[in-house]
Design a protein around this ligand. Structure first.
Ligand SMILES: [Zn+2]
Ligand SMILES: [Zn+2]
Length: 345
C-alpha cells in the first residue's frame, strides 16, 4: 500500500510499504478514505515528540480517520465488509485497573493510532484495528464528517468533565479545531455566555460565526480587562485549548472563585507554571482532559442528528501525495487554515 512516511523532522516520503494484516479474530482491515491533520500530529512533525513520546523514523502519523471495512477477522460481528465507518483511534487492553474502572483513555497498555511506538497511523491506504474501534456511520454522513468525530469526541468529553451548571459563563482560549469543537458542543448546552480568544484573526472570524459574547486577540487587546468589563463576576469554566503558557495564566485570572480550568490543549513544553496565589485564593479546580473516553458514538450522534454542523471547519483538502504540503501549511498556520483533510483514493 501507499503511505506517507515521516522520515525526519519536517520530512515526508510517499512510499510503498507492506499492507497491514488481520492477526486476531476481532481485527478489521479498513480502507482509509480521509485523515484529518491534527495539532498533535504537528508536534511529531516539527519536533519529533510530545513529551516522552518520541518518534522513531520512519513513522506513519494520523489518528483522525474514516474509511470502509475491507476485510474482517473470523470473530467480527460489529461491522461487515463494505460498511462505512468512523474510527476511534485508542486501542485499550480491557484488562488493567484503568480499563476495569471504565477509564480506557488512561489504559496502562494503551495503543493509539499514529502515536510513536504504539501504532502506525492512518496516513496510508489501509489500517488494521479491533472491531471495537470501528463505528458504523449512516449513508448521508460524509467521510470528512466521520473524521471530524474524533476531535468532536474530545470536545464532548471535555464538556462532560466540566462542572457546567445551567446558565454558566464559559471561555475558550484557543479556537483551533479543538476549541471550535468545544464551542459547538457548548452551543448544545444551556450556557449563558461564551468568550473566546485566539492569536490568529482568521480563527476568531470563524468563531464569531458561532456568536460568542466576546472574541479577541490577546496579542492586541487586554483580555483580562475587556472580558472583565462584560463578565464582572468572571468565568465559571474555562477550556484552555491552546497549550500556551500565557493563556493558562489568563485562564487563572479570568476564572471566578470556585471556577474550573479545563486543560485540553497540549503544551509544546514539558513544564508550565500557574499563578499559585490566585489559584489558591480563588480555590480554582484544574481538570485535565486526556483525549476522550466513551464519547465517539456521542460525537457521531451529534453530527448525525444535525445538532452540530462542523463542515465549515474543513478549510483545506489534499491527496496523500501532497502530505508534505498539507503539513507545511498547518505547521505555519498559513491561508487561514483550520482543519486540513488528506483524501486517499
Ligand atoms: Zn487529533
Ligand atoms: Zn487497559
Amino acid at each position: 500500500m501507499k503511505a506517507a512516511l515521516l522520515t525526519a523532522p519536517r520530512q515526508f516520503e510517499i512510499k510503498e510499504v507492506p499492507d497491514p494484516k488481520i492477526v486476531n479474530d476481532a481485527d478489521v482491515l479498513i480502507r482509509i478514505k480521509t485523515v484529518g491533520v491534527c495539532g498533535s500530529d504537528m508536534h511529531y512533525y516539527t519536533t519529533g515528540r510530545i513529551g516522552s513520546q518520541i518518534v522513531q523514523y520512519p513513522f506513519i502519523v494520523g489518528h483522525e480517520a474514516a474509511g470502509v471495512v475491507e476485510k474482517i477477522g473470523n470473530g467480527v460481528t460489529r461491522v461487515r465488509p463494505g460498511q462505512r465507518i468512523a474510527i476511534e483511534p485508542a486501542v485499550s487492553c480491557g484488562k488493567c485497573d484503568q480499563c476495569k474502572s471504565g477509564r480506557e483513555n488512561t489504559c496502562r497498555k494503551l495503543r493509539f493510532l499514529g502515536a510513536p511506538q504504539q501504532l502506525d497511523g492512518a496516513q496510508c491506504e489501509y489500517v488494521v484495528l479491533p472491531q471495537e474501534n470501528c463505528f458504523p456511520i449512516i449513508e448521508s454522513m460524509t467521510f470528512e464528517q466521520a473524521t471530524l468525530c474524533e476531535p468532536l469526541a474530545i470536545a464532548v468529553y471535555a464538556v462532560e468533565r466540566s462542572p457546567l451548571a445551567d446558565g454558566a459563563s464559559a471561555a475558550i482560549l484557543g479556537v483551533g479545531p479543538i476549541g471550535m469543537s468545544v464551542f459547538h458542543v457548548l452551543r448544545t448546552r444551556n450556557v449563558r455566555s461564551v468568550c473566546v480568544t485566539d492569536k490568529i484573526d482568521a480563527r476568531l472570524e470563524a468563531a464569531r460565526k458561532l456568536s460568542p459574547k466576546w472574541a479577541g486577540n490577546p496579542d492586541r487587546v487586554d483580555v483580562i480587562k475587556e472580558i472583565g468589563e462584560i463578565e464582572p463576576f468572571q468565568m465559571d469554566v474555562i477550556y484552555e485549548c491552546s497549550g500556551d503558557q500565557a493563556a493558562i495564566s489568563q485562564a487563572v485570572q479570568l476564572l471566578k472563585p470556585g471556577g474550573t480550568l479545563m486543560i485540553v490543549g497540549i503544551p509544546e513544553v514539558d513544564e508550565v507554571s500557574f499563578l499559585i496565589h490566585e489559584l489558591r485564593r480563588k480555590e480554582i479546580t484544574i481538570v485535565n482532559v486526556r483525549r476522550q473516553n466513551h464519547c465517539t458514538q456521542k460525537a457521531i450522534d451529534l453530527l448525525t442528528s444535525r445538532k452540530i454542523n462542523m463542515d465549515s471547519l474543513v478549510t483545506h483538502r489534499f491527496p496523500l501525495e501532497e502530505t508534505p504540503k498539507a503539513f507545511d501549511l498547518v505547521a505555519n498556520y498559513r491561508d487561514g487554515v483550520m482543519k486540513t483533510m488528506i483524501r486517499i483514493d
